[in-house]
Design a protein around this ligand. Structure first.
Ligand SMILES: [Zn+2]
Length: 304
């Protein structure tokens, strides 16, 4: 996709180089968490769920590198942290090629959605893009790269360890810049859902229902974020290269719940789906791409 260089006024926060580097998940954690565990947890429990998850990790896995002793959870080491925050956008976005791709896609999504909101008379608030490496801190608790990219509604941040882009290409066969753009656009879609109050409604419904119902709501929320990603791309259709849409479809296929489960455990458990099947993810990305209209992204009424 031939995107403009990022607008230097986008909100970027850089937590890299803070001595993170990860705290083991005991080996098994990474698989199947793509786009990942955190968005699912956020949407189902709000941040509370993340804190619970982190406490579980602290107890069972150890969160040692995150902070000196104490609870180990959300110890933010404020002085060290604030020194790094506010690093200027330009240097953070040009550290490497992956950062630049992320910033360009984020910046484009920012512009596109601001215009869509303006047209419909809704108030747009820009989110922030947060880079971290290995482990980081978010308004929803600790970030860990094995969780995959995620959006935290509490601080309106899209959190990205750019090593995920390598994983997307090498492990999941979803190569190309548009596959990466889709990741950013999907997370940006969660921000749109947050602004429109959709995520809050879903979280409420999830709290009051069974786990299986909660998962079904999560799937609808995730598919809508895929559709919103397609809407963004459609609104920038003149910038698409031949092959971009195929790259997006390959990525959407690779991160479908059924495909991931088949790879990880050799079988598929539909009740446990949180993001939708490969076919559903492709379908909703395509719906956004075909229409360019967020109103067509109603994944909540009717069949998906
Ligand atoms: Zn998501």
């Amino acid at each position: 996709m031939r995107l403009d260089d990022f607008d230097p006024n986008i909100n970027v926060e850089d937590q890299r180089g803070q001595g993170g580097g990860g705290f083991g998940f005991g080996g098994g954690g990474g698989g199947g968490l793509l786009f990942g565990l955190l968005p699912m947890v956020f949407s189902r429990f709000g941040c509370g769920g993340v804190v619970i998850l982190l406490i579980a990790l602290a107890v069972f896995g150890g969160l040692g590198s995150l902070g000196g002793g104490g609870s180990g959870v959300r110890t933010s080491a404020p002085s060290e942290q604030s020194a790094r925050h506010g690093t200027d956008t330009k240097s953070s976005c040009t550290i490497d090629a992956a950062s630049k791709v992320a910033c360009n896609a984020f910046s484009s999504a920012d512009k596109t959605w601001a215009a869509i909101f303006q047209q419909s008379g809704e108030r747009f608030v820009a989110p922030k893009l947060v880079f971290y490496s290995g482990s980081g801190q978010s308004g929803c608790g600790a970030a860990q790269s094995a969780m995959g990219p995620f959006y935290c509604p509490q601080d309106q941040g899209v959190y990205l360890d750019t090593s995920f882009f390598d994983e997307l290409g090498n492990r999941f066969g979803a190569k190309g810049d548009f596959a990466q753009d889709y990741v950013i656009a999907h997370e940006f879609g969660h921000h749109i859902q947050n602004l429109l109050g959709t995520s809050a409604k879903v979280a409420q419904a999830e709290r009051s229902g069974s786990e299986a119902e909660g998962n079904r709501m999560s799937v609808r929320l995730e598919l809508q974020a895929d559709c919103y990603a397609g809407v963004w791309a459609a609104q920038n259709r003149d910038r698409l290269d031949p092959g971009d849409i195929q790259e997006g479809m390959t990525a959407a296929y690779a991160i479908g719940d059924d495909t991931l489960q088949k790879q990880a455990q050799g079988r598929v458990v539909p009740d446990s789906f949180t993001h939708g099947t490969s076919a559903q993810r492709q379908h909703w990305l395509q719906t956004g791409l075909d229409s360019g209209d967020p109103a067509r992204c109603d994944t909540f009424s009717g069949a998906i």
